[in-house]
Write a protein that binds this ligand. Structure first.
Ligand code: ITT
Length: 190
């Protein structure tokens, strides 16, 4: 018998990627109701992932999975970090603000971080993991795929931005891909 797993996100790009990792497992995925919004009051990615998973699980009385992620830019002292979603109203605004903040700065190292938590129906945390993907911030957008900050996040080893990669390639190298690679064997044991 398959159990229900609520995917606790309102971000369609994230949802698509999360679903790609989670299909084919013995879990029946269901999206959280839109009106159920959890305030991200934590000060770390892990804390916010736990909070979202736990509150959604408790509210619905079901297992829930949440992802808290963001872009950490060295030359901006780690900004936008856990505030990546709140850095602007749209993806375009967020990208423009980041490129303006960096200006002609030559130190453009950055990393994407993804924390994932899975909560039991009573809100206790059953699993959590974190994945990191290092890269650089370009001076302009490149590529059409992906979502969010993907068009300005360049991975030197592949000589491509996340937005220029196939979804298979992004899923293999990304912060979310790394977090799920650790999570999936543990999820299978639950
Ligand atoms: P939920 O909390 O509802 O899941 P959110 O968009 O608010 O959705 P976060 O608080 O975790 O999610 O913020 C993540 C931010 O980082 C958001 O602006 C994303 O677009 C961006 N982001 C995360 N992963 C990304 C990826 O793989 N590619 C590009 N941008 C990403």
């Amino acid at each position: 018998m398959s159990r229900k797993l609520i995917v606790a996100t309102s971000n369609p790009g994230k949802l698509r990627e999360m679903a790609e990792y989670l299909t084919g497992l013995n879990w029946q995925l269901e999206l959280k109701p839109q009106e159920l919004e959890i305030a991200e009051t934590g000060t770390t990615f892990i804390a916010n992932a736990r909070l979202k998973a736990s509150e959604v699980a408790k509210a619905l009385g079901e297992w829930a999975i949440a992802d808290d992620s963001g872009l950490v830019v060295d030359a901006l002292n780690g900004a936008p970090g856990i505030y990546s979603a709140r850095y602007g109203k749209t993806d375009t605004e967020r990208i423009t603000r980041l490129l303006t903040a960096l200006g002609e700065e030559s130190q453009r190292q950055a990393k994407f971080i993804c924390a994932i938590a899975i909560a039991r129906p009573d809100g206790t945390i059953a699993l959590e993991t974190k994945g990191v993907c290092p890269g650089e911030i370009l001076r302009e957008t490149r590529g059409e795929g992906g979502f969010g900050y993907d068009p300005i996040f360049y991975v030197p080893e592949l000589q491509k931005t996340f937005a220029q990669m196939s979804s298979e390639t992004k899923n293999r190298v990304s912060h979310r891909g790394k977090a799920f690679a650790q999570l999936l064997p543990e999820l299978a044991k639950l």
